[in-house]
Design a protein around this ligand. Structure first.
Ligand SMILES: C[S@@+](CC[C@H](N)C(=O)[O-])C[C@H]1O[C@@H](n2cnc3c(N)ncnc32)[C@H](O)[C@@H]1O
Length: 394
């Protein structure tokens, strides 16, 4: 998502405030059942996905100017059109290949990819979507029916991964929406940050770390070649490794495109990055307190792309590309998409150049946002990476 300025948060309207109170009560009950505390990962899971209450599971507008944040597909159709060109290369190299998109948000990316593939005469027979939010599934269905009625019969909403998938998988800003664990490094060990309910407020308290968290932090430190500094707080994402493991097992022949804001492990766990990478978004304001505005704000974490690459390799995939979004788009055909630019009406030119700036400028989405491609089988390396691969930096 595009990164917003950090200023004072606007107050929620009465309906949102009531919704948040219900989400708080739901999580308080989980904390009581759990004996007084839950891990931050469990808190984040409920805050985002509790049925009917979590941020993604409830019916407010999240994406775009009327929502809380803007993702690349919402900024411009150019994002989906370039991605479609990369999909076409992979689909051409697989027999009966299709596309599987995870976490399709408003459905805009699916609309843009399908429309572009139709123009390229490279439509797959099927475009599958796996979406955990029932509310967003309905929104996706409505948008596809409205924007691409002639193609909607190719789209299926799956509730679980197919046993086998050939072709392309896409996850734009899905990894950052998976719940993370938070930890505190002390002089003597590793502590787990857990959420407690205290006087009607949620607070973070540290407890002895469970073995899996201890092992994860030890692996990071072994890889960095040094201990993290005392009083260092950050995140790890066991959910990401589990998710990628399942996804890798399903991909038999083809490529996964993972797009998200993230950095290499060395940058992720840099000493000066004490506090971690968690961000919250509410009405286009960014801040770092996940314990407020529960159920009505997005809670998200930047991605450790070294961890993603490790999980992919453990699942038998090759990492075939890693590049900032600007380079991915420029190498992937943005110039071809903009060929007719000068013949467009002036108003359209101004709008389009504004969109392209947001997608590609380093202080917008161009540099922090990365694309990683993972492959199983003999499909070609996506052309977007031929001159811009930074895998060696992971
Ligand atoms: C930040 S939004 C991004 C939406 C969209 N891809 C975009 O770029 O506009 C995260 C999306 O991932 C979905 N999601 C979260 N966990 C998921 C999972 N395990 N499988 C599939 N979708 C998931 C959410 O419901 C939501 O649609």
């Amino acid at each position: 998502m595009q990164h917003d300025e950090e200023t004072a948060l606007p107050p929620p309207d009465a309906e949102s405030a009531q919704h948040s109170q219900r989400a708080v009560a739901y999580i308080e009950a989980r904390i009581a059942v759990a004996g007084g505390s839950i891990s931050f990962a469990e808190f984040m899971h409920h805050a985002l996905y509790a049925p009917g209450l979590g941020y993604y599971a409830a019916g407010t507008t999240k994406f775009g100017v009327d929502g809380d944040f803007i993702t690349a597909p919402e900024v411009s159709e150019m994002f989906g059109r370039v991605l479609a060109r990369q999909c076409a290369e992979i689909l051409a190299a697989t027999d009966d290949g299709s596309i599987l998109e995870f976490g399709a948000g408003s459905g805009k990316l699916a609309v843009d990819i399908l429309s572009a593939l139709q123009e390229l005469d490279a439509l797959p027979d099927r475009y599958d979507i796996i979406e955990v939010s029932a509310d967003l599934t309905q929104r996706q269905q409505a948008l596809l029916r409205e924007r691409v009625p002639q193609l909607v019969s190719r789209v299926r909403w799956l509730t679980e991964l197919p046993g086998r998938h050939d072709g392309v998988m896409i996850a734009n800003e899905v990894l950052d929406a998976l719940p993370v664990e938070r930890f505190l490094r002390t002089e003597t060990g590793v502590r787990q940050l857990r959420v407690v309910a205290d006087d009607g407020r949620f607070r973070m308290r540290d407890f002895a770390a469970p073995d899996h968290l201890l092992a994860a932090v030890e692996r990071i430190e072994a890889d960095l070649g040094e201990r993290l500094p005392p009083e260092y707080v950050s995140e790890v994402s066991p959910a990401m490794s589990g998710w990628l493991n399942d996804v890798a097992a399903a991909l038999q022949h083809g490529t996964i495109f993972l797009l998200d804001y993230g950095v290499s492990r060395r940058e992720y766990y840099a000493a000066e990055r004490n506090g971690g990478w968690l961000r919250c978004h509410f009405r286009h304001q960014a801040h770092d307190d996940p314990l407020q505005l529960v159920g009505i704000q997005d809670v998200t974490t930047w991605v450790d792309f070294t961890a993603v690459a490790e999980a992919a390799v453990a699942g038998g995939l090759d990492v075939v590309g890693y590049a900032p979004q600007a380079q991915f788009l420029l190498g992937g055909g943005l110039d071809i998409e903009l060929r007719e630019f000068t013949s467009l009406p002036t108003k359209t030119q101004i709008e389009l150049s504004g969109q392209v700036k947001i997608l590609t400028l380093p202080d917008e989405m161009g540099e922090n946002f990365k694309c990683m491609a993972l492959r199983r089988g003999t499909v070609p390396v996506p052309s977007a990476f031929r001159h811009a691969d930074r895998t060696h930096t992971l």
